[in-house]
Design a protein around this ligand. Structure first.
Ligand code: OGA
Ligand code: NI
Length: 348
């Protein structure tokens, strides 16, 4: 039995029959699981990337454009990342969270500026109610700047995670080219706007929860970066806001879920939006999800693309550095944000 003051939820709640009070949401802020749309007709589009760099490019770019406009979310298959790379990552991620607490706690930190850290909930320094989640957060680009800080246990961790990071970065760059083209911008416009680029990864661990209707893995939020590529196991728990309703996204093995973040909303001058999403938990199974947050480097100056600004479409945001935006994002708790963190960067 873990000590009662354990920092990590996985150790605090193992075997619990009730949700401890710090995780219980007020009544107006609960997941209302019976109102969630489960139907596959309403789910987010699945885009086949086969021949994206060849004969199907313009067709796929059209599909990406529609998905970005209508959902802000899509899934991709035939993305070119080997299944073994994905399976190895999911396996080593689970192994990490099954290590003894003392081993995991070696990388525990509540400082959001640490480039590697294990933490719990979302931002324990500022939030009132805790989230049913532990997470390991790593910076991954450029790889050689960070890999030496990563956990050396499980023994294959660095190799498996590095291999995945390289592959997923390649996919992110290709998708950003496609998204640029779907906006009528030059293929490399967005990639250039991200300056030296940044890539962060979270490994989210959601333990089974005895009363999933009282709490969240992660409450509704928009991602602060430019685009997120989410890998998840087969348990399910991600929900996306569409037309005012929460829609469950059913996992499809070896696919990625792609969602647009706040920087895409700014670059596209609101043609594309960063969409609210959340993670709910369940009483049977632990769940792992692994988002890659692809982002600008902190020195990148972000502003609406000049090509998307004219008399009918004035610039909706002032320019800012990603460092300024990101500091502001972590200073607030996830609950205090109404939707995105873009308010203070709007022109009016
Ligand atoms: C996130 C996130 C969703 C999930 O980590 O930002 O939205 O399904 N995760 O875990
Ligand atoms: Ni998210």
């Amino acid at each position: 039995m873990a000590p009662p003051n354990s920092a990590l939820i996985s150790d605090l709640v193992s075997g619990a029959t009730h949700v401890p009070s710090q995780f219980v949401r007020p009544e107006h802020d609960r997941p209302n699981l019976d109102q969630v749309i489960q139907s596959s007709d309403m789910s987010i589009p699945l885009i086949d990337l086969q021949d994206f760099d060849g004969s199907r490019r313009s067709e796929i770019i059209k599909q990406i454009g529609l998905a970005c406009q209508d959902y802000g979310f899509f899934q991709v298959k035939n993305h070119g990342i080997n299944e073994a790379v994905i399976d190895n990552l999911l396996a080593v991620a689970k192994e990490f969270f099954h290590l003894p607490e003392s081993e995991r706690m070696k990388v525990y930190s509540e400082d959001p500026y640490k480039t590697i850290r294990l933490s719990t909930s979302f931002n324990v320094r500022v939030e009132e109610v805790s989230c049913w989640r532990d997470y390991l957060r790593l910076h991954c680009h450029p790889l050689e700047d960070y890999i030496h800080e990563w956990p050396a246990n499980p023994p294959s961790f660095r190799e498996d995670v590095a291999e995945y990071c390289k592959k997923v970065r390649g996919l992110a760059v290709r998708l950003l080219q496609g998204i640029s083209e779907s906006l009528g911008l030059e293929r490399d416009y967005i990639n250039k706007a991200l300056a030296k680029h940044g890539q962060h990864m979270a490994i989210n661990y959601y333990p089974p929860c005895p009363q999933p209707e009282l709490t969240y893995g992660l409450p509704g939020h928009a991602d602060p970066n430019v685009v997120t590529l989410l890998l998840q196991d087969d348990v399910g728990g991600l929900q996306v806001l569409k037309g005012g309703k929460w829609v469950a996204v059913k996992p499809i093995t070896h696919t990625f879920i792609v969602n647009l973040g706040d920087q895409m909303q700014v670059l596209s001058n609101d043609r594309y939006k960063s969409i609210l999403h959340r993670a709910v938990v369940n009483s049977d199974k632990e769940r792992i999800s692994i988002p890659t947050f692809y982002c600008p480097s902190y020195d990148a100056v972000i502003k609406p693309a000049p090509k998307l600004v004219d008399d009918d479409h004035p610039a909706l945001y002032r320019s800012f550095t990603y460092g300024e935006f990101y500091g502001n994002f972590w200073d607030k708790g996830i609950d205090k944000k109404s939707g995105t963190s873009l308010g203070m960067f709007k022109t009016n």
